[in-house]
Design a protein. Structure first.
Length: 301
């Protein structure tokens, strides 16, 4: 599996396994890499039997995703979408077709000024994908998360890009294009590309009345190797926003993050059911996660 320190997490209502199977079929070479379960001692928030699936980790086009069975409160929307860069129109057609099955086309698959074959689709699980042929950024990733700043967040895309690259060492803004006269507010970002901890990202302002904004259904897990890194990201990303439970926070733009230890997946998906129970119970008492305490809980110390 690729080394990826920022992992998109999709919140689902008991559908993580079905979604994983769907994405494995849609993306050539897609594969599940790990599955974790809720403890037998904890009621599933979606009303499913105890011990049900908590997360499914998968890799699509070399990019890691986490699917979380979190229950019914949150539903994905297009404020966070994923550019999928392919090389040919035929590849775009082959990917768009399964993604739109049971979903809806937000922009139909067609030729546009920016791509000979592009389509924006919201799949059956509510996740949005922008499939684009022939415009892969030089050295860029196949899949790039895109943040759309609309409604109360409109006009803050550039501010957010600068804030995020200031948090993650080695990050940078690559380019920013703005709306031309007659297209939209001329000071707003039409498309921005930035690199965050090695991950290609995009951002845009939308002045249209979409009626959506960021929510917990699309969050980003920040994988931290040590407590100092975890503490720094917890403080920096949460500044001006709000800290929650179990490593979750909302930044000042309303985007959700999970600041978690790299070893969390190992504790939660390992074969020792008792260790999983202890680690999960310890995590539920925490806001900022404590790596040493989780290690002790997992080992029974």
């Amino acid at each position: 599996m690729s080394r990826q320190s920022i992992v998109p997490c999709i919140w689902l209502d008991g559908q993580a396994e079905q979604a994983a199977a769907f994405y494995e079929r849609a993306f050539p070479g897609g594969r599940v890499t790990a599955t974790s379960r809720y403890p037998e001692s904890f009621d599933h928030p979606g009303g499913l039997p105890r011990g049900g699936v908590l997360t499914v980790e998968l890799e699509l086009a070399g990019h890691r995703f986490t699917l979380l069975n979190g229950g019914p409160p949150f539903v994905p929307n297009p404020s966070v979408s994923f550019f999928v860069h392919v090389d040919t129109p035929g590849e775009a057609d082959g990917l768009f077709a399964p993604l739109v099955d049971g979903g809806q086309a937000l922009m139909p698959l067609d030729a546009y000024p920016w791509s000979e074959r592009f389509g924006w689709v919201q799949d059956r699980f509510g996740v949005s994908w922008q499939v684009m042929a022939g415009r892969r950024p030089p050295g860029g990733a196949t899949i790039s998360p895109c943040l759309m700043f609309s409604g109360p967040q409109h006009g803050r895309a550039e501010e957010a890009m600068h804030a995020y690259v200031g948090v993650f060492p080695g990050s940078r803004i690559v380019d920013v294009s703005r709306y031309a006269a007659g297209e939209g507010p001329e000071d707003a970002v039409k498309h921005g590309r930035f690199i965050l901890a090695g991950q290609d990202m995009a951002a845009m302002d939308s002045h249209l009345a979409h009626g959506i904004t960021f929510n917990e259904a699309l969050s980003f897990q920040v994988m931290c190797d040590d407590q100092a890194t975890l503490d720094r990201h917890w403080a920096a990303l949460g500044a001006g926003g709000s800290h929650g439970a179990c490593g979750w926070l909302k930044d000042r733009f309303g985007l959700s993050w999970q600041i978690v230890p790299t070893g969390l997946a190992r504790w939660m998906s390992g074969g020792d059911a008792a260790a999983r129970e202890r680690a999960f119970a310890a995590m539920r008492t925490m806001g900022r996660l404590d790596i040493a305490a989780l290690e002790r809980a997992g080992s029974g110390g």
